[in-house]
Ligand binder design. Sequence first.
Ligand code: ATP
Ligand code: MG
Length: 424
Amino acid sequence: MQKPKGTYDVNGELGRKTICIVNLARTLMEKYNYEYWRTPLFESSDLFHRGVGETSDIVTKETYDFLDRGNRNMTLRPEGTAGIVRSFVENKYYANPTQPIKTWYYGPMYRYEQPQAGRFREFYQFGVEVFGSSDPAMDAEVISIPVNLYKMLGLKNIKVRINSLGDTDTRLRYREVLMNYFRPHLDKLCDDCKARFEKNPLRIIDCKVDHDLDIMKNAPKILDYLSDASKKHFDEVLEMLDSMEIEYVVDPEIVRGLDYYTDTVFEVTAESSNLGRQNVLCAGGRYNNLAKTIGGVDTPGVGFALGMERLISVLETEGIDLNTEAYLDVYVIPMDENYKKNAISLTQTLRLNGFKADTDYMNKNLKSNFKQADRLNSEFVIIIGSDEIKNKELTVKNNKTREEFKVKMDDIISFFDERIDEHE
Ligand code: ATP
Ligand code: MG
């Protein structure tokens, strides 16, 4: 049996890296005062058609759809935003007096894509969604989250790219301008773009196929058509970023693949990656019309989603070691089977006192147990046998220096407290 195409298994080093990054993200979200939210892995297909948009690649080509046994149309979530917005509306969070509502999530997403480096059919996203505030400072805070996470991880060559898609007025005006511009060149565009021309000409701008054509480079830029309100919003977002000392470039080519964005859109790219077009590490923006589209409640929103697989791949490219080597604080060895209960009980005590401890479950002899302690990269080894029980005194060995200690059983926790740093 083999795993399905486009999926991957997590184990060993990859498991330790994943947990390390997720822990870091969780701690960061606590500092930012965001709440953890979770929504189902599947939702009614209609949610994604309305939420993600009928003309997006995700909905037209990439969803995993199925009929459940009750003949309902269901879809494995291709992204996190639609579900979180549904949950926000369904649980009437718009009526909560504490606004804005700031949330984060982490979990698997499903898209039927052509698997390649940095592109899977099941992949994991960490993301945030914030509701209720249209303050430009809110956009800047959201952008600062992935930037700070990448910084904490030690990534060097990343770039924030930002653009504005304007409000509904802007979009309607720009749509006309784009249609007039592309109409005489339609025959040069790919089939997808020909279809986008009527439905959503804005999406032509981020076409990956036509990207290098001259007519794409010379296309009118949306920033030149922003309404006064949108222009002001965008300028203020940039000022907030400046005041947070977050570097960015304004990139008019960023229009994003999802239909729901308004005003700010941004991406963070890895400049040093060998992921090719998959070098976009995270992407997001403002979606002031989404809640209304999904649930009839007019609430502004802003958020981003960050891909775990691409992040881990770029950490490797940049040679960043997360210190995820396997290790143990203490390995407890019973002299023989008679001392198993003592070993188990001591291991339990050590764990409850915050140490990373393990013991023998293979009934090994003393020599093999010392080898096991080396394999597990244990800093200390404790031996329990008849003398130890009789004298209520444990034999403790520093497994690196080979130094040996006799420690009263009652003192064992303070012994390790003095010698083992707290591992995060
Ligand atoms: P792309 O242009 O690379 O297809 P996208 O616009 O579809 O990306 P979003 O839906 O905005 O991406 O998702 C945000 C992030 O999630 C991406 O920047 C990327 O890191 C990650 N991501 C998206 N699709 C995949 C995938 N199939 N496999 C792995 N990671 C993905
Ligand atoms: Mg995509």
